[in-house]
Design a binder for this molecule. Sequence first.
Ligand code: HEC
Length: 131
Amino acid sequence: MRQRRWILVALVAGLILGQPGNVPAQDQAVKKLNPFTGNPEAITEGKRLFSLYGCPGCHGKEGGGGMGRPLLDDEWQFGSDDGTLFKLIRGEIPGQTMPDVFGKAMKDEEIWQVIAFIRTLYKGDPSRINW
Ligand code: HEC
């Protein structure tokens, strides 16, 4: 009987300590690289750049997709985090079929602004947002 109680205590302690809330804030922020997420001016600029660099040609003006993948759903070819999208747009993901000519011509800041704009296109489940 006594032993059972300890197992229970250990289980409860494990549950409490194992909560995501106990992960240091630093670890949770690791993926959030984009300094412009949610910044209204950067988003406006990102939208302009998105058109300027011809992204709608494959992804549609509203990101609904076409020749390229939709940018507003929960399906991401290589991942949805900032670092992955940056590398993809820059053209540095091995095996990507998206051309790298656009990203190679863009400054880092411009890529981040475009990503800030792309985030506003998302129409999926808000609880799945991990950027
Ligand atoms: C010639 C067509 C084409 C153009 C132009 C294009 N893309 Fe793509 N894009 C693709 C394809 C194809 C993929 C799917 C990933 C892969 O296989 O490389 C993709 C994937 C993406 C993704 C990830 C989508 C997902 O579901 O995983 C983002 C974000 C993206 N592109 C942004 C851009 C931006 C920003 C531009 C403009 C600078 C751009 N694309 C221009 C074809 C294109």
